[in-house]
Design a protein. Structure first.
Ligand SMILES: [Zn+2]
Length: 254
């Protein structure tokens, strides 16, 4: 029965993804996300409703602005599709608990914005990470206060680990944004899931890093934003956390 809902959740995700694109753009040009009409970032022509339908406008305009014909960034449809698919996955895993579903979808929005912004600008905006941390705190405070101790310890351990890396490397390997994101992850995932998420982030980071160096896109000294890897680790653990931990423990027990 719930499967019938998924196309609607996907469309809802597309729409939210379109909003997240405008949040990212407005962070870039330092405008408020909630006021004013949307406009083309190239020619500044204000956009009509026909230009603002998520995904479908991009396809029907063949990826070009209706007014100036300049190409529209691939970021727009990619963020929309990713948000749509993530919403379906998150809804699937939380279909039994509406509160949890809303919480997860909200957190996903923050993480998508951080992912794209850090990838493009090597910055994790305070305006996004602080509200995300507050929402997770509020979730624990409203839900189950005794349960707060575990995620709080996970958050402090994860963020001190990253703070150590920042101090040792004098900010060359990681930035303070990663420390805040690690704090968020610990609070959101708890212990021991945070360990798995961090392990996965370093694992993916190493693979991509080696790949980039092999194809000489980057050198060992280049900056590569780490936030996107932390976020991928977070989602993988959210979806497969229990299974991953059981599998890992079984390796030692067998
Ligand atoms: Zn234009």
């Amino acid at each position: 029965m719930s499967f019938l809902l998924y196309p609607f959740i996907f469309l809802f995700g597309l729409t939210i993804g379109s909003f997240l694109n405008s949040v990212i753009y407005r962070l870039e040009v330092k405008e408020s996300a909630f006021k004013g009409r949307s406009y083309c970032p190239r020619c500044h022509h204000s956009l009509g409703w026909k230009d603002l339908i998520p995904l479908f406008s991009f396809l029907s305009l063949k990826g070009r602005c209706h007014y100036c014909q300049k190409p529209i960034s691939w970021q727009y449809p990619l963020v929309e599709i990713t948000t749509g698919l993530l919403f379906v996955f998150l809804a699937h895993y939380s279909i039994y608990d509406l509160g949890l579903m809303i919480y997860w979808l909200a957190i996903a929005c923050f993480l998508i914005v951080i992912f794209v912004y850090d990838l493009k600008h090597y910055i994790i905006p305070d305006k996004i990470i602080y509200p995300a941390i507050i929402i997770v705190f509020a979730y624990w405070l409203l839900g189950n206060l005794e349960m707060l101790l575990n995620p709080l310890i996970a958050a402090l351990l994860a963020s001190s680990f990253f703070l150590t890396i920042v101090l040792v490397s004098k900010g060359k390997w990681m930035g303070l944004g990663d420390v805040k994101l690690a704090f968020f992850m610990g609070l959101f995932l708890g212990w021991p899931n945070i360990l798995v998420a961090l392990f996965l982030a370093f694992f993916f980071g190493a693979i991509i890093g080696i790949g980039l160096i092999a194809f000489s896109k980057k050198t060992l000294k280049s900056e590569v934003p780490f936030g996107p890897f932390l976020i991928i680790g977070t989602f993988v653990v959210l979806f497969f956390g229990e299974n991953l931990i059981n599998w890992y423990l079984n390796l030692f027990l067998l």
